[in-house]
Design a protein around this ligand. Structure first.
Ligand code: FES
Length: 447
């Protein structure tokens, strides 16, 4: 896999991406989702909730002080009441975007509960393929053993806690760089050097610690908070667990294993991971004002969002244009946000995915993976041109990344506490409702 250098494209929203993709894609209408799972409903109001007139904390209290205890961290949750309708709610407090203790809580309650995308199936396409990664403080290695079975393990040597494998590639075993203990790709400890004479040592007790792993379509997922269930990890139920009822919609709308992997791009952005996701989900609102050039190429009145249990799907038509390359977009494309941090953009022969990984309270890594219709994989000129055309929206994306960084910087200042939602921001409202950890389905009001 190639890893091109980073660019401001990482800051693209749905609509920004739409413009970029309209510049490089052929027409192919693929968007035909069925009715969304949820219906609009009004949650009950709360006597204890946040209102515009009753800020939950003083500016001194929120001005950079981290939560110092588990109780303080949980108290940060109470600063956002998920039952208050979007028309009355404030956005979550700035501490949700700045407090390292709150990020730890997010790992515990969000990232370590449920399936998380960690890579692509093509990274472990053949026996002995592997790739490594980190989710919070969990180092992991995903690999396919010599018999073809998919595995994931803690990427930590059982002898003395060294990192075992680095990067990605193909190998027949993992040899620890510290003292040379060697493991098979099925996790079995094959060799432990110079332990002759150590009593009660049994190699079978020192295999790699397994993680729950599965794949859905072209994606590899792990679940670090779930006990291993060999029967379940290969079941189709993983798709339903991860995507809910949107699983079928996505798989029948071109998000599948037929696409070929093209390349990866990585970006480090100095902002909380939720700032990136907020910006993606907010596209239907801010594009009109922040990206006038882009808005001119879109029919914003056609901007629609369908919301399911764990997934929202956006679509927008491009405005009529005399430019052939813009016409190639076709009527619609499918853009899915999967809670909490994964975005799938499917348009024409292309698909790209955006994974926003927290690196700290004010830093995240966004990984873009590009996939293409296999019929076009030999058209190197088309691929190169398509990827190069991303530079055409550098100016637009630069504005986006500047805005994102500014948002993070200003959130960290003591003077800002909470903002408000717009009526079109129900997706954004939802992610915070869900991040609160209380609801099991979207709560949508007054849209
Ligand atoms: S830490 Fe791996 S062999 Fe010692």
């Amino acid at each position: 896999m190639s890893t091109p250098s980073s660019s401001p494209e990482a800051a693209m929203t749905f609509a920004e991406g739409l413009l970029l993709r309209s510049l490089r894609l052929r027409p192919k209408s693929l968007y035909s989702p069925s009715q969304p799972f949820s219906t609009v409903r009004r949650p009950p109001s709360s006597r204890l909730g946040v209102s515009r007139s009753t800020l939950p904390f003083s500016t001194e209290e929120k001005g950079g002080k981290g939560a110092s205890s588990a109780g303080d961290v949980c108290r940060l949750l109470d600063y956002f009441n998920p039952t208050i309708p979007i028309t009355e709610a404030l956005t979550p407090p700035s501490s949700w975007y700045t407090d390292s203790s709150f990020l730890s809580l997010e790992f515990e309650r969000v990232f370590f509960r449920g399936w998380q995308v960690v890579g692509c199936s093509q990274q472990v396409k053949s026996p002995n393929d592997f790739f490594t990664g980190r989710l919070g403080n969990v180092e992991f290695v995903v690999c396919r053993d010599t018999s073809g079975e998919l595995h994931a393990f803690h990427n930590v040597c059982r002898h003395h806690a060294s990192i075992l494998a680095y990067g990605s590639g193909r190998r027949s075993c993992f040899e620890c760089p510290y003292h040379g203990w060697t493991y098979g790709l099925d996790g079995v400890l094959l060799k432990a050097n110079r332990i002759t004479g150590i009593k009660n040592f049994n190699k079978n007790d020192f295999g790699l610690l397994p993680l729950n792993v599965s794949s859905w379509g072209p994606f590899v997922l792990i679940n670090v908070g779930k006990s291993i269930d060999i029967k379940q990890k290969n079941s189709s139920g993983v798709g339903n667990e991860w995507l809910g009822s949107a699983s079928e919609i996505l798989s029948t709308n071109g998000i599948d294993t037929s696409l070929e992997y093209v390349c990866r791009r990585k970006y480090i952005i100095e902002c909380n991971w939720k700032v990136f996701c907020d910006n993606y989900l907010d596209g239907g609102y801010h594009v009109l004002y922040a990206h006038g050039d882009l808005a001119a190429g879109l029919k914003l009145d056609s901007y629609t969002t369908n919301i399911y249990e764990k997934v929202s799907i956006q679509s927008c038509e491009s405005a009529p244009t005399e430019r052939d390359d813009l016409d190639r977009l076709g009527a619609k494309a499918l853009y899915a946000f999967i809670y909490p941090n994964f975005m799938i953009n499917r348009y024409g022969p292309w698909m790209d995915t955006n994974l926003a990984l927290p690196l700290g309270p004010n830093k995240c890594e966004v990984i873009f993976d590009y996939f293409l219709d296999p019929a076009l994989m030999k058209d190197k000129e088309f691929i190169e041109r398509s990827l190069k055309e991303s530079e055409m929206v550098t100016k637009i994306a630069s504005i986006g990344i500047i805005l994102i960084k500014q948002v993070q910087e200003l959130i960290e200042q003591a003077i800002f506490s909470s903002g408000t939602f717009a009526r079109v921001s129900y997706e954004l409202h939802y992610i915070h409702v869900r991040n609160h950890g209380t609801p099991s389905t979207w709560i949508i009001v007054d849209i």
